[in-house]
Write a protein that binds this ligand. Structure first.
Ligand SMILES: [Zn+2]
Length: 325
């Protein structure tokens, strides 16, 4: 791989971009990054993708492979958008989290299922539920949200369509019987729903630009001659829903599950984490964008080993602060 930072070129308007790979790699000073991650045992490396919201360039500083995994609690963003747009929640409605909530027979094929939170979160509203990723809140609040409505919103947010010349991940073939519970999808644990990191990053990008903005067609910086056939996605969110998602993602960084991402708030990030069980251990994701008040970049990181606290958040912090933005 060419890692010579000396050959980096600066892009100007329509000038031919030269050595984009060198550009992206030097941007993230990868020598140091790989040395740092490989020193903590033989565990698999995280995958990180980011995009420039103004020109649509996508960078792959950790390599070109793009994981497709269960998205876990990242899907609470989709659920939250549904709750707002479908008026399934009254304004400022709160639910009590005692740390466990019995969902009964709502999950197909399973009886007496319960969802759990690591802590009892007490009475939480939607924004706080996003920030602390409260499973008990979402299990209660989405009792009237069907799989069908959830999947329609997931489609609108690009989770069923290709991105940057790459195919999308597994998306449910059936829209679900009428009234079927959305809960396994809300929690991002369904076996038939595994969006790619690029799709998850694009969802963060769509939330970032909002319904008044426009997201350019995303394209790989590594492959700049590729003729784009993808159509730009319109932002399938109302301004009200977008406002709630941004508030939740911002609180997530300030005081929620991503509070160790940027403790000095230098990049002004808005983010959401997700952790899923993987055998006897965990996998985790984080998606986000920054600066939250004038978004310029969006990203997604997948960590193949560890919860979001142990892996996705610290690994994203390491990468985000290995360069100047
Ligand atoms: Zn909770």
């Amino acid at each position: 791989m060419d890692e010579a930072p000396g050959t980096m070129s600066i892009l100007k308007d329509d000038a031919e971009p030269i050595n984009r790979r060198g550009f992206i790699r030097s941007l993230f000073s990868l020598g140091g990054l790989h040395a740092a991650t490989s020193s903590c045992d033989a565990r698999a490396k995280a995958a990180f993708v980011w995009c420039d919201l103004l020109n649509g360039n996508v960078g792959f500083p950790t390599g070109l492979s793009v994981p497709f995994e269960k998205p876990g609690s990242l899907m609470k963003l989709v659920a939250a958008a549904c709750l707002v747009e479908e008026n399934l929640l009254s304004q400022n409605e709160k639910f009590e989290c005692t740390g466990t909530f019995a969902v009964g027979g709502r999950v197909a094929g399973k009886r007496d299922t319960s969802v759990h939170c690591q802590f009892a979160h007490g009475k939480v509203d939607l924004v706080r539920a996003l920030a602390v990723s409260c499973n008990c809140f979402f299990a209660q609040a989405t009792s009237r949200l069907t799989k069908r409505t959830f999947l329609a919103k997931a489609r609108q947010l690009g989770l069923a369509s290709p991105v940057a010349g790459r195919r999308g991940g597994v998306f449910p073939e059936s829209e679900g019987a009428s009234g079927q519970s959305s809960l396994p999808y809300v929690l991002g644990l369904a076996e038939d729903f595994k969006p790619s990191c690029l799709q998850l990053m694009r969802m963060a990008a769509l939330i970032a630009v909002g319904p008044e903005g426009k997201l350019p067609v995303l394209h790989s910086s590594e492959n700049f001659t590729l003729v784009e056939k993808e159509k730009p996605l319109s932002v399938g969110l109302t301004s009200q829903a977008r406002e709630v998602l941004v508030a939740g993602m911002r609180h997530c960084v300030m005081e929620g599950t991503a509070r160790k991402l940027d403790t000095q708030d230098k990049l002004k990030i808005a983010a959401k984490t997700g952790t899923t069980p993987h055998g006897k251990t965990f996998q985790s994701h984080i998606i986000g964008f920054f600066p939250f008040d004038k978004p310029r970049n969006a990203f997604c990181l997948f960590a193949p080993a560890g919860t979001s606290q142990d892996a996705a958040v610290p690994e994203a912090r390491e990468i985000l602060f290995s360069t100047t933005w």
